[in-house]
Design a protein around this ligand. Structure first.
Ligand SMILES: *[C@@H]1O[C@H](CO)[C@@H](O)[C@H](O)[C@H]1NC(C)=O
Ligand SMILES: *[C@@H]1O[C@H](CO)[C@@H](O)[C@H](O)[C@H]1NC(C)=O
Ligand SMILES: *[C@@H]1O[C@H](CO)[C@@H](O)[C@H](O)[C@H]1NC(C)=O
Ligand SMILES: *[C@@H]1O[C@H](CO)[C@@H](O)[C@H](O)[C@H]1NC(C)=O
Ligand SMILES: [Zn+2]
Length: 479
C-alpha cells in the first residue's frame, strides 16, 4: 500500500518543485515539467532573444545610419536653444514641459501630463569678494535651497579646511567665520557629500556661511551648483560653491598664515511649492498593455548653462527610442512608457511622487531605465536584477554587436529609478565614455557644445533596442 500510493505522490511532488524553481507559472509546458525545466527555459530564452537580431539591426540602421540619423541631437538643440535652462519652479520649466508636450504630440505619439508639486528656490543676485589679503572677486553659484544673506552681505574671516575631519579638529577656530571647504575630488558620489552637508557641518561649529569647492575633476574657473541639505535642528547658513582655483588659492594663502576676509552677498530664497508635471509618452502593448517597460530622463535642469547634457540628452533619447520603434511600425507585447521627470535636481521629486502613485502596479513594471549620466559614446548597459534576469539581459545586449556595446555591467543607476530598483524591479542605465560629464555638470558649461550627434545616435539605438526587446519577450524579466 505504501509503495503503490507512494509513486504518484513522489512524481507530483517532483513536478511541483520543478515548476516552482523555474519561477514560471505563465506558460505551462506539460512535456517539460518533469525534465530539466530551468535549463530548458534558459536555452529557450537564448533562442528567443537571438530571434530579435534582425529587428535590432533595423533599429540600429535607422538611428545610426538611416533617416533618423542625428534626429535626437537636432531635437535637443532646438529644445535647449529655444527654452534655455529650466530650474524647478521656474517659468522656463513650464515652457519646457509645454514645448515637449507639443513636440511629442506633433511627432504622433500619445503623451499626457501628470501633476506634481515641486520646490521653488530662486537664487537672486549673488556675489563674493575677497577683501584680505587682497581684493579679488570670487566666482560663486549659490547652492539649491540655501538661504540668503542680509542685504548688506556677510563679511567675515575665512577658515579653510580640506575635510570634515579637519573641521571637527579645528572647531574652535570656526566660530563666526566663513568656512571654505577645499576638499580634493575623489569621485562625484563620494565628494558630493561636501556640497550636500558642508553648510550644516560648518553651522554646527558656529560658522556664519560656507563656501564649497565645486565638485568637479576639471575647472577653468567655473563654479558648479547643485542641491544641498540643511539638517534638522541646525542653523541655516548661506552656502555657495566656489571654483577649484579660488579654493586652492585660499588654501595656499591660509598655509602661509595670511588672514583671509571675504564678503558674501546672496538674495537666495525659497518660495511656496510650484505646480509642475511629469511628461508621459506611451506606445501601448498589444498583448499585455498593463505591463510596462519604462524609459526616462529628466526635463528640469539647474539655472545655468542650457541643461543640454544634464539631462536634456537623456530626455531626448528616451523620446527618440519611442519614435524609432513607431517609425518602424513596431508595437511590442508590453507598453513602452517614456517618463520625462520634473524636479530631479531637487532630489528626484517628480520621480518619487510617480513611484508613490504607481507602485500599486509594481508587479507590472518589467524594467525601469534611466539616462542621466550623459549621452556620450555608450560603452555598455548597467543592470540591476537577479541572476536569472541578468542571464536574459546578457542575451539582449548581444543584439547590440553592430554598435559594439555588448557589455552588461553591474548596478543600474539613477536617482529617479532607484525607488523601483530598491523595491525589486530590474533597472538599467548607460555606461558612457563620461570622462567629460563632471567637467560641465551643473555649470555654465553644460551647453549643446558638449553634445555630439553621432554619440546621441548610438545612445538612441541602444535605448530603443533594449526597451523594445524586453517589452516584447514572451515573459517579463524574472525578479
Ligand atoms: C540541467 O541542464 C544544465 C545545462 O544543460 C546542466 O548543467 C545541469 O546539470 C542539468 N541539471 C539536471 C538536474 O539535470
Ligand atoms: C550627422 O552629424 C554628423 C556629424 O556632425 C555629420 O557628419 C552628418 O552629415 C550628419 N548627418 C545628417 C543626416 O545630418
Ligand atoms: C494600475 O494598472 C491598471 C491596469 O493597467 C490601470 O488601469 C490603473 O490606472 C493603474 N493605476 C495606477 C495608479 O497607475
Ligand atoms: C564597431 O567596431 C568595429 C570594429 O572595430 C568598427 O569597424 C565599427 O565601425 C564599430 N561600429 C560602431 C557603430 O562604432
Ligand atoms: Zn541630471
Amino acid at each position: 500500500m505504501a509503495l503503490r500510493g507512494g509513486a504518484p505522490f513522489i512524481l507530483s511532488l517532483f513536478m511541483f518543485v520543478s515548476v516552482l524553481s523555474s519561477q514560471c507559472d505563465c506558460h505551462p509546458h506539460p512535456a517539460r515539467a518533469v525534465s530539466n525545466h530551468t535549463a530548458r527555459k534558459v536555452s529557450d530564452v537564448v533562442a528567443e532573444v537571438a530571434g530579435y537580431a534582425d529587428v535590432a539591426k533595423k533599429i540600429i540602421d535607422l538611428a545610426v545610419f538611416g533617416a533618423a540619423q542625428n534626429r535626437s541631437y537636432r531635437r535637443l538643440a532646438d529644445f535647449t536653444d529655444t527654452i534655455g535652462n529650466r530650474v524647478s519652479g521656474s517659468h522656463n520649466l513650464e515652457l519646457a514641459i509645454k514645448y515637449m508636450y507639443n513636440a511629442i504630440t506633433q511627432d504622433g505619439l500619445d503623451v499626457h501630463l501628470e501633476p506634481v508639486k515641486i520646490p521653488h528656490w530662486v537664487r537672486g543676485k549673488e556675489s563674493a569678494e575677497m577683501i584680505m589679503p587682497r581684493a579679488k572677486s570670487l566666482a560663486i553659484l549659490g547652492l539649491g535651497s540655501s538661504v540668503g544673506t542680509p542685504p548688506e552681505g556677510i563679511e567675515a574671516a575665512v577658515l579653510v579646511v580640506e575635510s570634515f575631519e579637519e573641521l571637527k579638529r579645528r572647531a574652535n577656530e570656526a566660530v563666526g567665520k566663513i568656512v571654505v571647504f577645499n576638499q580634493p575630488f575623489v569621485s562625484y558620489g563620494e565628494t558630493v557629500a561636501y556640497r550636500a552637508y558642508g553648510a550644516s557641518e560648518a553651522a554646527k561649529v558656529g560658522a556664519v556661511a560656507s563656501l564649497i569647492r565645486s565638485i568637479t575633476p576639471f575647472s577653468i574657473n567655473s563654479p558648479h551648483t547643485g542641491w544641498q541639505d540643511y539638517q534638522d535642528g541646525v542653523n541655516h547658513i548661506p552656502t555657495a560653491c566656489i571654483t577649484v582655483e579660488d579654493a586652492e588659492l585660499m588654501w595656499r594663502m591660509a598655509q602661509r598664515g595670511q588672514k583671509i576676509v571675504v564678503r558674501l552677498t546672496m538674495e537666495a530664497k525659497t518660495l511656496p511649492d510650484a505646480d509642475s508635471y511629469n511628461t508621459v509618452v506611451e506606445i501601448t502593448g498589444w498583448q499585455h498593455p498593463e505591463q510596462v517597460v519604462l524609459l526616462s530622463g529628466h526635463l528640469d535642469s539647474w539655472d545655468v548653462g542650457q541643461g543640454a547634457m544634464d539631462d536634456g540628452g537623456g530626455a531626448m533619447i528616451s523620446w527618440e527610442a519611442l519614435s524609432l520603434i513607431r517609425d518602424l511600425g513596431l508595437r511590442p507585447r508590453r507598453t513602452l512608457r517614456t517618463v520625462l521627470w520634473t524636479a530631479e535636481e531637487q532630489g528626484g521629486v517628480g520621480a518619487q511622487q510617480y513611484y508613490n502613485l504607481h507602485k500599486i502596479n509594481i508587479s507590472n513594471f518589467d524594467l525601469v531605465m534611466e539616462s542621466d549620466l550623459g549621452t556620450f559614446t555608450p560603452l555598455g548597459l548597467q543592470f540591476t536584477g537577479n541572476d536569472a534576469a541578468r542571464k536574459v539581459m546578457e542575451e539582449v545586449v548581444k543584439l547590440l554587436a553592430p554598435i559594439n556595446t555588448t557589455k552588461l555591467e553591474p548596478h543600474g543607476e539613477g536617482t529617479d529609478i532607484s525607488p523601483w530598483m530598491q523595491a525589486g524591479v530590474p533597472g538599467a542605465s548607460f555606461h558612457v565614455a563620461d570622462s567629460r560629464y563632471f567637467w560641465f555638470h551643473h555649470s555654465e558649461g553644460d551647453t549643446m557644445t558638449v553634445q555630439d550627434p553621432r554619440e546621441m545616435n548610438l545612445c538612441s539605438a541602444l535605448w530603443a533596442v533594449v526597451a523594445y526587446v524586453v517589452a516584447d519577450l514572451e515573459d517579463m524579466l524574472p525578479r
